[in-house]
Ligand binder design. Structure first.
Ligand code: DX5
Ligand code: ZN
Length: 217
């Protein structure tokens, strides 16, 4: 099954309640929150209060993608805000990766690791027994609305092979629309984050439906 995770970065924040209700009704599986600290990426976005306020409005699975330096220090606040999963960046954790994983597990949070476009798949190998999700960035993290990087396809299919015997979801994020989603699914991805393609579309429900219809060939 292919899951769809609308990224709120592209939502109309002045109408956030209706935007969440819209994608929930249209069949979104996860809500994707992009947390940016202005250091790990050159942009700022949402803090824990934003997540907490939406927690009261939605029962969807909260997929919190933290693009931050020192991920360890951010875990308690997003746990308290109602995250279901926290996906941190390997590049920000490095030698602390096991520590971050343990802090998440201690709180019964699902564990996700993300890698940027230039980070090779191999870095993930030591952690496969302890994680629930791998997020492959298909743009440089920091901004919505960028073009999908086709050179990430091989990495997606390599990771799909590496995790074949593990209960790990393979999520892609950046430049995903129904066309690039199909390419990703054919190469093994099964969670598709989409910001602009959903929220800037006149028919978000149709976009979600199209992505749901994709099957691995
Ligand atoms: C980028 C974020 C993405 C972003 C995707 O740093 O991690 O989740 O919202 O936006 P689109 O789908 O517009 O490329
Ligand atoms: Zn993201």
């Amino acid at each position: 099954m292919v899951l769809v995770a609308p990224s709120l970065l592209a939502a109309d924040l002045g109408d956030i309640k209706n935007q969440v209700a819209l994608v929930e009704k249209a069949g979104a599986d996860w809500l994707h929150f992009d947390i940016m600290d202005g250091h790990f990426v050159p942009n700022l976005s949402f803090g824990p209060d934003f997540v907490r306020q939406l927690r009261h409005l939605s029962r969807l699975f909260f997929d919190v993608h933290i693009m931050v330096e020192n991920p360890l220090s951010f875990i308690p606040m997003f746990y308290n805000s109602g995250a279901d999963m926290i996906t941190f960046h390997y590049e920000a954790a490095l030698d602390d990766t096991n520590k971050v994983i343990n802090e998440l597990k201690k709180r019964n949070l699902k564990v996700g690791i993300s890698i940027k476009p230039h980070t090779p798949a191999d870095v993930l190998k030591p952690f496969l027994k302890n994680i629930d999700n791998i997020l492959v960035m298909t743009v440089e993290p920091g901004f919505g609305g960028q073009i999908f990087m086709e050179n990430q396809i091989k990495k997606i299919s390599d990771i799909a092979t590496i995790i074949a015997d593990h209960p790990i979801t393979l999520e892609v994020d950046g430049g995903i629309n129904p066309q690039t989603a199909e390419l990703c699914v054919q190469n093994g991805a099964n969670v598709l984050v989409a910001g602009s393609a959903i929220f800037k579309s006149p028919n978000p429900d149709l976009v979600i439906k199209k992505i749901h219809e994709l099957r691995r060939k």
